[in-house]
Ligand binder design. Structure first.
Ligand code: NOJ
Length: 557
């Protein structure tokens, strides 16, 4: 049995600053009752695996009651567990098990929208136009002679208008699927209810919260509502910057997070928050402020291609931004919304360069081996950076995007709402393979998304003990990281612009911990120093292409 006191993990109020956080997508992680849907007891049963992997915390994507119109991000009841995934008792047992291994637990909070099954929305439908029940959402009359046109030109993130019309002729707002009506954050009930939810989970021992679409909660609902020129929400997210957009990144959203900070600080240690906010870098600081959520996801590494100079500039800007906020930096290479990085780093020439989000398996992958080689190098670089690394389940197995899913198997609303032009995110959500053989490769039951036949070779069982495997690389990298990471969040670059242009990034952390990545495909000189770990075989010639090495001391010059 693994040592449950895990001395390497940080305690105290700053535990999150350089944590390695593992994202569990509960329905695809481990299925204890064999119904083909991952569950809370399944997650609990794998805490020893996660402890051995060396993670400091888990973040669970939503496990709340939900009709699964958007993979659980359509929440019908914020203070309960989906009966298909377990009970509140199972949840408590899972938290206890995680804490037994000194693993912290972060849960997902979805405050921009509820499910249309939520009791508030159902009450709003019943109560009819003009009722106080409808005030908790955004209901409007349409334009056109008979109100047959949506109230504004706002587009949904999943494609199509952000408004749907009810049989009574009124329209309601949903920035995502129609089954995800947007809440009205001008309403006091909404504020009160989310504070209740934060306390509910904090009282059950949850250590922190990941805040979904943290940049869209507040809207300018003064009449007449403003059009935005019909451009897609993705384009707007990339350009909005003055805090005055009708529904994205508005300045007053931070008043909500100041209220939540007060709730977080009622606990010892204070609960932590991390914002999912797709906003311009300069504005991310506000979400990460210690008076607000405290940390924000930085998706820039994830959006950067395989390029040393581009990544260098992303790292510099990200560290500067985090420092300005008083937060630590965050790094993400994969999550449940994007093409897995083992596939993303090897997209074919004709792939859409903007395809990292939502398009998933529609993009052609050129070379799986190369993708994995680069992914391993990118991960080692990520794990050497100051700040928190957010990893996504299955990346430790080097899983590729499951591009083989048949159209009939797709569940992501993106597929229908994009008129079958974007396959969506199911390819990164396929249940994990635990064993080499057997039904669902040890996941349990007939999986809700079919696993490709090669998943068995990538299973935990197949990789365990094989020191060339990706699983053992992650284990060793995380073990070393715990030894090497101190409280100092600094980094110093070694080498010049020329070395970057030649495809090499080299930096050193305090105590002589060097990280060198060769982005090119040619072998480059290996700096001096004791080799601690490398993402691929080193050979005698130097540092092979598409490889990262960690070295200790003596590497200068
Ligand atoms: C971001 C989540 O990560 C994504 O999966 C979800 O579809 C949207 N927010 C809407 O909740």
């Amino acid at each position: 049995m693994t040592d449950s006191t895990a001395p390497h993990r940080q305690d105290g109020p700053d535990w999150w600053r350089q944590a390695a956080v593992y994202q569990i997508y509960p329905r695809s992680f481990a299925d204890a009752d064999g119904d083909g849907l991952g569950d809370i007891a399944g997650a609990a049963s794998r805490m020893s695996y996660l402890s051995e992997l060396g993670v400091d915390a888990v973040w669970l994507s939503p496990f709340y009651p939900s009709a699964l119109a958007d993979g659980g991000y359509d929440v019908a009841d914020y203070r309960n567990v989906d009966p298909r995934l377990g009970t509140l008792d199972d949840f408590d047992a899972m938290v206890a098990e995680a804490h037994r291994f000194s693993i912290k637990v972060i849960v997902d909070i979805v405050p921009n929208h509820t499910s249309d099954d939520h009791e508030w929305f159902q009450a709003a439908l019943r109560a009819g136009p003009g009722s106080p029940e409808r005030e908790r959402y955004v209901f409007r009359q349409g334009k056109g002679q008979d109100g047959e046109l949506p109230p504004t030109d706002w587009q949904s993130m999943f494609g199509g208008p952000a408004w749907s019309r009810l049989p009574d002729g009124w329209w309601y707002l949903h920035l995502f699927a129609p089954e995800q009506p947007d809440l009205n954050w001008d309403h006091p009930d909404v504020h009160a209810d989310f504070k209740k939810t934060l306390r509910f989970w904090s009282d059950r021992g949850v250590d922190g919260f990941r805040i979904d679409v943290a940049n869209a909660l507040t809207k300018d609902l003064t009449e007449p509502l403003r059009d935005v020129g019909g451009i897609s929400i993705e384009e707007q997210m990339a350009t909005v910057e003055d805090g005055q957009h009708p529904f994205l990144d508005r300045d007053e959203v931070h008043e909500i997070y100041r209220e939540w900070r007060e709730v977080f600080n009622e606990y010892d240690p204070p609960r932590v928050g991390v914002a999912e906010a797709w906003v311009k870098k300069e504005r991310l600081v506000r979400y990460a402020s210690p008076e607000g959520l405290g940390q924000a996801f930085n998706f820039d590494y994830l959006k950067t291609g395989w390029s040393a100079p581009e990544l260098r500039s992303v790292i510099d800007v990200s560290l500067r931004t985090a420092r300005a906020a008083g937060a630590s930096a965050t790094w993400v290479l994969s999550n449940h919304d994007v093409i897995r990085h083992a596939s993303r780093f090897a997209l074919a020439e004709d792939a859409d360069p903007e395809a990292w989000l939502l398009s998933g398996g529609t993009q052609p992958v050129a070379d799986r081996e190369r993708g994995l080689r680069r992914a391993r190098a990118a991960t080692m670089l990520e794990l050497a950076l100051p700040g928190s690394a957010y990893m996504y389940q299955g990346e430790e197995l080097g899983l590729p995007e499951a591009a083989e899913l048949a159209e009939g198997d797709l569940q992501d609303p993106v597929w229908e709402r994009s008129s079958h032009t974007r396959k969506g995110r199911d390819g990164c959500r396929v249940p994990l393979p635990w064993t080499r053989e057997g039904e669902s490769f040890g996941f349990g039951g007939t999986p809700w998304l079919p696993q490709p036949s090669y998943f068995g070779e990538l299973s935990v069982e197949a990789q365990e003990g094989d020191e060339t495997s990706t699983l053992e690389l992650y284990r060793e990298a995380l073990r070393l990281r715990h030894k090497l990471v101190g409280t100092d969040e600094s980094l110093e670059w070694i080498g010049s612009q020329e070395t970057e242009e030649a495809g090499v990034l080299h930096f050193v952390r305090p105590d002589g911990w060097h990280c060198v990545t060769n982005f090119s495909s040619e072998t480059k000189p290996l700096p001096a120093g004791e080799v601690l770990l490398s993402s691929g075989p080193l050979g005698d010639e130097g540092l092979p292409g598409e490889t990262t090495v960690w070295l200790r001391d003596g590497a200068e010059g």
